[in-house]
Design a protein around this ligand. Structure first.
Ligand SMILES: [Zn+2]
Length: 360
């Protein structure tokens, strides 16, 4: 289950909000209004919403620059700890990655500058005591929040913006996978440091952020290493050629009995060398539960739209599986089925290749 819901679309990008974000709003509203009244509670709610408006603009800053470089943006999701823009295929050219990463903090500095002009104007209108105004004016509070947001995101803790800039700088003088490995190490060290700071200060925000940083650095490093490992590999290198075929004329019971002798989870249904579709073990078990298992394979195979050829890059096969939400693609050569590529097969075997990649 996806724990977020869609709020709307900005510049063609779906904006999503994670459910936990609502808890943050409720927490602030109730804790402030129980101390200083419902009016203050509403004001604090408004402030949080304005603050996350700035976080959204920060993410849109990344997206606008990324889009100029041809990157696809799937969504922006707002979490209680900040926003995350989901970009597919972050460019591997260091200069582009640095520009995309720096665009977010620059938006916050720009907003801070605008608020400075606006708040400065308001001060001259109201009073000249800056100490009083800093405590009461939401503009000043928002100005400071934007300065802190911009500066904090520049901390070189991968996968935060500063860490991505660091990876980009490192990648100008070493292979990309190695640069990612070094940046991820530093990111994990910052993650551990944040957890420690949180424990020492008895603060809950730092440990949560630290844990997310640590997990994020690890996951992104693995994904990058996998991508690097897949580079240069074609479908032929990791396709499965020794697999069980189902005949459309056999029954589910017969097919299941034969499937007990393989590790396979997805089975191509083939008639005279032509692919009819794919049947998964799960679907067969479902059919067995609901009916007697005497129905034929033909009626249950799911048609597969795409296919790849043995010479296609493996990254292309992965991209197509992701796009079509399937875990298996047939490999065709001269309109004959010569093999299958499966997600689990790629992940399992690519990790062997990845462990030999530079940077490990
Ligand atoms: Zn950012």
């Amino acid at each position: 289950m996806n724990w977020s819901f869609r709020l709307g679309t900005v510049l063609g990008i779906p904006i999503r909000i994670h459910f936990t974000f609502l808890f943050l709003l409720a927490f602030f509203f109730f804790s402030v209004s129980s101390q200083s009244g419902a009016r203050s509670g509403l004001m604090s709610l408004l402030f949080i919403l304005l603050l996350f408006g700035c976080v959204l603009l920060h993410e849109l800053g990344h997206c606008v620059v990324a889009r100029r470089f041809g990157v696809t943006i799937t969504s922006i999701t707002l979490y209680p700890f900040g926003g995350i823009a989901a970009l597919t295929d972050i460019p591997r050219e260091p200069a582009r990655e640095i520009l995309i990463a720096i665009a977010g903090p620059l938006v916050n500095f720009f907003l801070a500058a605008c608020l400075f002009v606006f708040a400065g104007f308001r001060i001259r209108m109201d009073s000249l005591d800056p100490a009083v105004l800093a405590a009461t004016s939401p503009f000043w509070a928002l100005l400071w929040a934007n300065l802190i947001l911009g500066l904090f995101n520049l901390v070189p803790a991968y996968p935060m913006d500063g860490g991505r800039i660091l990876r980009g700088v490192l990648a100008t003088r070493m292979p990309y996978a190695r640069a990612t490995h070094v940046a991820a190490r530093i990111g994990k060290a910052f993650g551990a440091l944040f957890v420690l700071i949180g424990i020492l200060r008895l603060d809950w925000w730092f440990p949560i952020l630290g844990a997310f940083l640590y997990i994020g650095a690890n996951a992104e490093e693995q994904a990058t290493l996998l991508q690097s490992a897949l580079e240069g590999l074609s479908v032929r290198d990791l396709m499965i050629t020794d697999f069980l075929l189902l005949s459309p004329a056999e029954t589910i019971t017969e097919a299941l009995r034969r499937s007990f002798h393989t590790f396979q989870e997805d089975f191509p249904g083939v008639r005279e060398g032509k692919l009819l579709g794919v049947l998964t073990r799960g679907k067969m078990l479902e059919a067995l539960k609901e009916e007697t298992g005497e129905q034929f394979v033909q009626g249950l195979v799911q048609p597969v739209n795409g296919w790849v050829s043995p010479s296609d890059p493996l990254r292309e096969a992965l991209r197509r599986m992701h796009a079509e939400r399937v875990s298996l693609l047939p490999v065709m050569e001269d309109s004959r089925l010569v093999g299958v590529v499966t997600l689990s097969g790629i992940l399992r075997n690519a990790s062997v290749v990845a462990s030999q990649a530079p940077g490990k």
